[in-house]
Write a protein that binds this ligand. Structure first.
Ligand SMILES: *[C@@H]1O[C@H](CO)[C@@H](O)[C@H](O)[C@H]1NC(C)=O
Ligand SMILES: *[C@@H]1O[C@H](CO)[C@@H](O)[C@H](O)[C@H]1NC(C)=O
Ligand SMILES: *[C@@H]1O[C@H](CO)[C@@H](O)[C@H](O)[C@H]1NC(C)=O
Length: 380
């Protein structure tokens, strides 16, 4: 009996150990079967709906991540929230010259003036400009190009806060100045609502209140680019035959660099590569490229759209290679009158007594007397 018991016990054990792998194999087969069914179903569903929706159905958290709001026009018409970017010039210019081919905007567009400051570093006359811009939000944008090492420290409340564009070193009279001007225009073009582009320096002041300046620029049939044919040694004398055939001597122009252009001309400035290479190679000191490149190029491409004069007054009457700089002692009531009186020019083919909207060059010391006299004489 004891033996039998033993045998039975042994027999029982062997039965158990034989049954266990059988169970395992059944489970394994079931698992493989499920895997097979699942993969067949997934392949079928991927064919039917595409991979993304399957992933999304299986993983709701992924869906939340990939499914931002479906994009609306806002994405293209909202100005960049931050002027800093990591685009190289080549990339920036390419992006900036993308332009819609349909004239009518499918949204309420309030055209703005882009005020572009080409400065060495600080803007000593900023308080004057702050007062000028006050109350005109939505009608202007500001861009500042300074030496790359300069750290602007405008308070958050300032109109200049965060308006610095990625900058590079510049040298007067060299191509790097035109590069900086193009960089300013290109950054300003990224805002689709900028319609007019004014280049200014840190020593410039506005001569009228904002409403007058906005009206004058927005109602003008022409862009204010100074461009004239100077037959002398400092004009045609700087022309180099290497520029032909792109630039013929009769098309060679000279002019002050402080321009105002509309969006269409701004696009052609940034897009130009044809004239750029010629000027880079053949207009080197004593040919000052900032006095010739844009005036000549724009005359060739759109001469009939230019007023051929600048909006920025400067005083050459003291003689010499540089125009006069005005300091505190120069800013008298008589001087202020002189700034705005005795102007005559053509505006939209009619004689006008408002010709210069801006003036230079003003030293930092002129700020205090200007600040006091501006309300009475300049209207801001
Ligand atoms: C701006 O100046 C013009 C002309 O001096 C004046 O008529 C107008 O009222 C001024 N506008 C504002 C908002 O001060
Ligand atoms: C320059 O252009 C003018 C008019 O477009 C033409 O009459 C003249 O022959 C050209 N001069 C040269 C040197 O090509
Ligand atoms: C400016 O000069 C160009 C020729 O260089 C001419 O075609 C154009 O009519 C001039 N603009 C005005 C407003 O006179």
């Amino acid at each position: 009996m004891e033996n039998g018991k033993d045998v039975a016990a042994v027999g029982n054990r062997t039965n158990q150990s034989r049954a266990l792998p059988k169970r395992l194999i059944q489970l394994l087969l079931l698992f493989l079967g499920l895997c097979f069914i699942f993969s067949v179903v997934s392949v079928y569903m991927i064919r039917l709906y595409g991979a993304k929706s399957i992933v999304a159905t299986l993983n709701p958290s992924l869906q939340a991540c990939a499914g931002e709001k479906p994009f609306s026009l806002d994405r293209w018409i909202k100005p960049p929230s931050d002027l800093l970017h990591s685009m190289a010039d080549q990339e920036l210019f390419w992006r900036a010259t993308m332009a819609p081919q349909i004239k009518k905007y499918p949204f309420d567009r309030v055209p703005k003036i882009a005020f572009m400051f080409l400065s060495k570093g600080p803007l000593p006359l900023a308080p004057l400009w702050e007062r000028f811009f006050k109350g005109h939000d939505g009608l202007y944008s500001i861009y500042v190009h300074s030496v790359p090492s300069f750290q602007a420290d405008f308070p958050k409340s300032s109109v200049f806060y965060g308006r610095q564009v990625p900058s590079q070193m510049t040298e007067w009279g060299k191509m790097s100045i035109c590069d900086a001007e193009k960089r300013l225009v290109a950054n300003a073009l990224l805002d689709i609502n900028n319609e007019w582009f004014v280049l200014l320096s840190e020593s410039c002041i506005p001569l009228y209140n904002f409403s007058v300046i906005y009206h004058y620029i927005s109602k003008s049939r022409y862009s204010f680019v100074s461009a004239f044919d100077d037959p002398g040694p400092f004009g045609r004398g700087r022309y180099n035959l290497g520029m032909a055939p792109e630039v013929n001597i009769t098309q060679w122009r000279k002019g002050s660099q402080w321009f105002e252009v509309n969006r269409k001309l701004a696009l052609s400035l940034v897009a130009d590569t044809k004239f750029y290479v010629k000027f880079e190679e053949f207009c080197r000191p004593a040919c000052y490229v900032d006095e010739h490149y844009f005036p000549t190029m724009l005359t060739i491409e759109a001469g009939d759209q230019l007023a051929n004069r600048s909006l920025t007054w400067v005083d050459w009457s003291r003689g010499g290679a540089h125009p006069a700089t005005f300091g505190a002692a120069d800013i008298t009531e008589q001087f202020m009158k002189r700034l705005i009186e005795d102007q005559t020019c053509m505006y939209n083919n009619q004689p006008s007594s408002i010709c210069n909207l801006f003036a230079r060059k003003f030293a930092p010391s002129s700020l205090e007397p200007l600040f006091l006299l501006a309300p009475k004489y300049l209207g801001y």
